[in-house]
Design a protein around this ligand. Structure first.
Ligand SMILES: [Zn+2]
Length: 164
């Protein structure tokens, strides 16, 4: 494969990733930051599968990449596997999982320090997590660029795209 066609392929992948991310952000589920409810998140933790505002993205970065892997929706490079996790999870499902046991009277914190304490409790200490939840063992790619022309539907199985 020539360098040129590899570059073209990478470009196609990035364009497709951006298209799907834009679609996901238009869904009602993802219009507000998963942690603080700020409108119009433009960051994501792709391993957790959630969309974040810039302030919560900064807090997530402080937690470390062993807990949460943060990317800018528009400024970073994405892979179909990372997009697949965001498609599978999304903010509503993530709240059902990570906030399953929030107290009834819980009010979402708004100051930086209380927000950081909440985010650490939620993802680092998993204080509110649904006990029965089992994380998916293998990410499913959102699409397979090789099959794009033949099939437009989302692949059902574990795709086999190879991204270096
Ligand atoms: Zn936020």
């Amino acid at each position: 494969m020539s360098n040129k066609s590899e570059r073209e392929r990478q470009k196609q992948i990035q364009e497709k990733c951006q298209t799907i991310l834009a679609q996901l952000l238009r869904e009602e589920d993802n219009k507000y930051c998963v942690d603080c409810d700020a409108k119009g998140p433009r960051w994501a933790s792709w391993n957790l599968g959630v969309f974040l505002c810039i302030r919560c993205a900064g807090i997530h970065r402080n937690l470390g990449v062993h807990i949460t892997k943060v990317k800018s929706v528009n400024l970073d490079t994405w892979t179909p596997e990372q997009i697949g996790i965001l498609q599978e999870m999304g903010n509503s499902r993530a709240r059902a999982v990570y906030e399953a046991n929030l107290p009834d009277n819980f009010r979402r914190p708004q100051t930086d320090s209380s927000l950081e304490a909440f985010i650490r409790a939620k993802y680092e200490h998993k204080r509110y997590i649904a006990k029965e939840w089992v994380p998916p063992s293998m990410p499913k790619p959102a699409f397979n660029i090789e099959e794009k022309k033949k099939k437009r539907t989302k692949p059902k199985g574990l795709g086999n795209i190879e991204i270096p």
